[in-house]
Design a protein around this ligand. Structure first.
Ligand code: NAP
Length: 257
């Protein structure tokens, strides 16, 4: 572990956006805790890439939806690094089946809400408490939640996902208000259509929509795009902002005529 380097915990960092974030932080000298749910092979590839960038890396398998695993994640992080300076609540899932909202099952609703909203809420709660207890570090403490354009865009075939991301928006506002007096900045990054496993099943549809001009910037987003935005916050370029929503969406959010 490099002296004076911050310690970042990135949930869901084995693949996709989380991996992009982990690598962006590693490239800037952060020590990175790479959390994942079950894909050990992918997690190990992220670890190797983080270490190749010269950063220290801890892999922790933990399901953010369960209290036991969240506690274990914190315990293992502190055992290795002794502190935590940046939490990136990135882990998330789409519904296992996209179905019309009139057909959504309680099981799917509960699962998506537990991973995308309950997990981030209680992880942020636990880590904010830790941030308040630990000695002041070389970098200020910060929390970043990965939301989605789905927070305000109705997709009637994945209602539970949209509701969970709308909740993440309020989670960010609440944490920002509560933690500002302790010097902890809280931010939401709101990705648009990003090229990952999650969007794989809808690739042809998004290729078409992007080609037709759905987004003013006519390309897919990448995990690196989101990683760069996290890096800007982690490097302290937004320190007089908190509760801010940063759209990383190729301009999708613009109202156009
Ligand atoms: P992805 O490619 O499906 O990767 C999901 C990651 O989250 C994997 O590392 C996975 O671990 C982990 N994960 C899933 N459930 C978990 C759990 N219960 N506990 C711990 N880790 C868990 O997804 P992505 O596209 O990178 O999405 C990352 C975040 O960005 C999500 O919050 C998503 O909602 C959000 N987002 C994505 C897009 C997009 O277009 N892709 C757009 C807006 C927002 P394993 O590898 O072990 O399964």
């Amino acid at each position: 572990m490099a002296p004076d380097a911050g310690v970042a915990l990135v949930t869901g960092a084995s693949r996709g956006i989380g991996r992009g974030i982990a690598l962006a932080l590693a490239a800037r000298g952060w020590n990175v805790v790479v959390n994942y749910r079950g894909n050990t092979e992918a997690a190990d590839a992220t670890r190797q890439a983080v270490e190749s960038a010269g950063a220290a890396c801890l892999l922790v398998q933990a399901d953010v939806a369960t209290a036991h695993d969240r506690a274990q994640l914190l315990t293992e992080t502190l055992a290795r690094f002794g502190r935590i300076d940046l939490l990136v609540n990135n882990a998330g899932m789409a519904p296992r089946q996209r179905v019309d909202l009139l057909e959504v099952s309680e099981a799917s609703y509960d699962e998506v809400m537990a991973v995308n909203l309950k997990g981030p809420f209680f992880l942020a709660q636990a880590i904010a408490r830790q941030m308040l207890m630990q000695p002041v570090g070389a970098v200020p403490s910060r929390i970043i939640n990965i939301g989605s354009i789905s927070a305000y865009t109705a997709s009637i075939n994945r209602a539970e996902y949209c509701i969970s991301k709308a909740g993440v928006a309020m989670l960010t506002a609440l944490l920002a208000d509560r933690l500002a007096k302790h010097g902890i900045g809280v931010y939401e990054l709101r990705p648009g259509i990003i090229d990952t496993d999650m969007t794989g099943p809808a690739k042809a549809k998004y290729d078409r929509l992007i080609g037709e001009g759905l987004t003013p910037i006519r390309r897919w987003g990448t995990p690196e795009d989101v990683g760069q935005a996290v890096a800007a916050i982690a490097e302290g370029y937004l320190d007089f902002s908190t509760g801010e929503v940063i759209n990383v969406d190729g301009g999708f959010h613009l109202r156009r005529l």
